[in-house]
Write a protein that binds this ligand. Structure first.
Ligand SMILES: *Cc1c(COP(=O)(O)O)cnc(C)c1O
Length: 356
C-alpha cells in the first residue's frame, strides 16, 4: 500500500493502542441520568483545568460553541466576532438557526482583533438595532493559520466586554496548542473569559468530543440546550475516557506537531511556485498560497493526493496543511519531496499547455 501523509486536519488522528485500552476498560453509566462516573470525572477535571465552576461534555466542537451561544443569546441578539471564526463559517449558520442571533464581523489580520475593533461593532441602544450580546474569540485561530492570541490580547478584550456587559466566549478548540506555543496555563487565558470550549478530537487525538466550561448557571443552560440539540449521550464514559487519556498524555507532545509544522513551512518556502511564510507559523497549521502557474488550489491538491499527500484547499489559491499525532517528521520530509516534484512537473505541464 502506498504511504499517505494526511495533512488535511488534526481531526484525522486515530486513537492509539493505549487509548483504545483505556476506552475498553472505562467505567460507564447513563450520563443523561447523570451517573456516568467517567463523564463526571472528565467534567470535573476540565472545570478545574479551565478554572471554571462547571463543565459539560458535548459530542463536537460545533455543539460546544452552539450550546454556549444559545445559552447566552435570544432571537434579536448579536454576536461580535472575526470573519474567520468557526461559528460564522463552519457551523451551518447555527447561531442564526438555533439562537436567532446575527453576527457582526471584524476583519482583522489573521483573526486576532483589538478592543477598538469590538467597540466599532457595538450597536447603540434603541429599538431599531440588534442587541450586542456576546463576543467570540478563537484561540488558536484556525482560518488565520493557527494564530495564537497573547494573554494580554485576551485580557484587553475582556476589559471592553466587561464594561459593555458582553458575554466573552473563547472558542478554544485548539487552546492547548496555544498554551504549549506560549508556555502558559489554560487558566492564564480562561480567567479573562466567561465561557470556554475545548476540543478533544483535534490535536489531542481523542476520537470524539469537546468540553464547555463556565459559570454554574451558564452550564446548566448549556446542558439544557445540549439535550434540545440532541447531544445528550448515554454511556459516553467510553468517549470521556479517551479525552481523559488525551489530557494526560497528548498535551505536551503538541510541541512536536508545532516543530513539524515549522519544518514543513521552511521546506515549502524553498519551493518555487509556493508562497509560505515560516515566520507566520505559530502552531500546527501551515497556510500555503499557490502562484498562478500552479493552477487552482483544488486541482493542485487533487494531484498531490494522487501522489500521497492529502491536504485541503481553503480558497481558490490557498491550501492548508495541519500537523498532528499521526504525522512523523519523516513523513513531513516525504511530503516535501512530493511537493517539490509536483510543483516542478505542474509548472512545466502548464507552461507547455500555455505555449502550445
Ligand atoms: C474544529 C473546530 C471546531 C469544532 O469542530 P467540530 O468538527 O464540530 O468538532 C470549533 N472551533 C474551531 C476553531 C475549530 O477549528
Amino acid at each position: 500500500m502506498k504511504s499517505i501523509v494526511d495533512l488535511r486536519s488534526d481531526t484525522v488522528t486515530r486513537p492509539t493502542a493505549a487509548m483504545r485500552r483505556v476506552i475498553a476498560e472505562a467505567e460507564v453509566g447513563d450520563d443523561v441520568l447523570g451517573d456516568d462516573p467517567t463523564v463526571i470525572r472528565l467534567q470535573e477535571r476540565c472545570a478545574e483545568l479551565l478554572g471554571k465552576p462547571a463543565a459539560v461534555y458535548v459530542p463536537s466542537g460545533s455543539m460546544a460553541n452552539l450550546v454556549s451561544i444559545r445559552a447566552v443569546c435570544e432571537p434579536g441578539d448579536e454576536i461580535i466576532c472575526d470573519n474567520t471564526t468557526h461559528s460564522y463559517n463552519y457551523e451551518t449558520a447555527g447561531p442564526a438557526a438555533l439562537a436567532g442571533a446575527s453576527m457582526r464581523l471584524i476583519h482583522s489580520p489573521r483573526g486576532v482583533f483589538t478592543p477598538a475593533d469590538v467597540t466599532a461593532c457595538l450597536r447603540p441602544p434603541g429599538e431599531h438595532f440588534p442587541n450586542s450580546r456576546m463576543v467570540i474569540i478563537e484561540n488558536t485561530n484556525n482560518r488565520g493559520g493557527g494564530t495564537v492570541w497573547t494573554t494580554a490580547e485576551v485580557e484587553a478584550i475582556r476589559n471592553v466586554s466587561e464594561s459593555c456587559e458582553l458575554h466573552l466566549h473563547l472558542d478554544g478548540a485548539r487552546l492547548m496548542n496555544a498554551c504549549v506555543a506560549v508556555g502558559c496555563r489554560p487558566t492564564d487565558y480562561t480567567r479573562h473569559v466567561d465561557s470556554v470550549s475545548l476540543c478533544f478530537s483535534k490535536g489531542l487525538g481523542a476520537p470524539v468530543g469537546s468540553i464547555v466550561a463556565g459559570p454554574m448557571a451558564f452550564i446548566s443552560r448549556a446542558r439544557r440546550f445540549r439535550k434540545q440539540f440532541g447531544g445528550a449521550m448515554r454511556q459516553s464514559g467510553l468517549l470521556a475516557a479517551a479525552a481523559i487519556y488525551a489530557l494526560d498524555h497528548h498535551v505536551d507532545r503538541l510541541a512536536e506537531d508545532h516543530r513539524n509544522a515549522a519544518r514543513l513551512a521552511r521546506g515549502l518556502a524553498e519551493i518555487a511556485g509556493l508562497r509560505v511564510n515560516p515566520a507566520a507559523v505559530q502552531t500546527n497549521i501551515v497556510m500555503i498560497e499557490l502562484e498562478e502557474r500552479l493552477g487552482p488550489a483544488d486541482a493542485f491538491s487533487a494531484r498531490l493526493r494522487e501522489a500521497g499527500v492529502w491536504l485541503m484547499a481553503t480558497g481558490p489559491r490557498t491550501l492548508r496543511a495541519v500537523t498532528h499525532l499521526d504525522v512523523s517528521t519523516d513523513q513531513i520530509d516525504a511530503a516535501l519531496r512530493i511537493f517539490t516534484t509536483s510543483c516542478r512537473s505542474e509548472a512545466s505541464t502548464l507552461t507547455q499547455a500555455a505555449t502550445s
